[in-house]
Design a protein around this ligand. Structure first.
Ligand SMILES: [Ca+2]
Length: 102
């Protein structure tokens, strides 16, 4: 059982978290199916400071306001507010990169 859990953890770390990012609030506007991995990554200049809502599909991610994941950050996971309108938590058009929560 313990080995099984370790394998699950490993898979989660390697595969990251599937998410869908939206340019507008309430899951509207342009979108992209993407992921947040253990390693800090953005989505290219096109999506810099453009995301207004995020569907984490039940996963946990950490988003950052800079491309190197050293700046201000917040966690987004089931139970945190306003995935559909990041403006309400002060994160509208700020996100530049993300990681998984591991
Ligand atoms: Ca936006």
């Amino acid at each position: 059982m313990f080995t099984f859990l370790l394998i699950l953890l490993f898979v989660a770390v390697v595969n990251g978290v599937d998410i869908k990012i939206y340019a507008d609030a309430y899951f509207q506007g342009e979108y992209s199916n993407t992921r947040c991995n253990y390693k800090c990554e953005g989505w290219g200049r096109y999506w810099d400071r453009k995301i207004s809502s995020i569907d984490t599909k039940g996963g946990c991610i950490r988003v950052f306001d800079d491309s190197s994941c050293n700046g201000d950050s917040t966690y987004i996971y089931p139970g945190t507010p306003s995935h559909d309108n990041l403006e309400e938590i002060g994160w509208n058009d700020r996100i530049m990169a993300c990681t998984s929560c591991n």
